[in-house]
Design a protein around this ligand. Structure first.
Ligand SMILES: [Zn+2]
Length: 85
């Protein structure tokens, strides 16, 4: 039952669902979702956002995207600048 859910968990993660929401949608335990995420922190063809660790979907042939949103990109650079100062 775990294997058949794993791709579904990943696709829901990509849509921004929380582990609790994914568990409810698939009718499985939150711990199953969380342990899956722990074992597979990065979804294939994605990169973890440098700010919030959400998966960032990559566009093939384009520059690697490091942030899931403009908000995260700005937050990250603001924090980096503060630490450096
Ligand atoms: Zn992010």
């Amino acid at each position: 039952m775990y294997k058949q859910h794993s791709t579904k968990i990943d696709s829901l993660r990509l849509q921004g669902f929380s582990p609790t929401a994914i568990a409810n949608l698939l009718g499985i335990s939150v711990n199953t979702v969380k342990s899956h995420i722990r074992r597979h922190p990065v979804i294939p063809d994605t990169v973890a956002c440098q700010c919030c660790n959400n998966p960032v979907v990559q566009t093939p042939g384009r520059k690697t995207k490091r942030f899931c949103s403009d908000k995260c990109r700005i937050t990250y650079w603001n924090n980096t600048r503060k630490k450096g100062a």
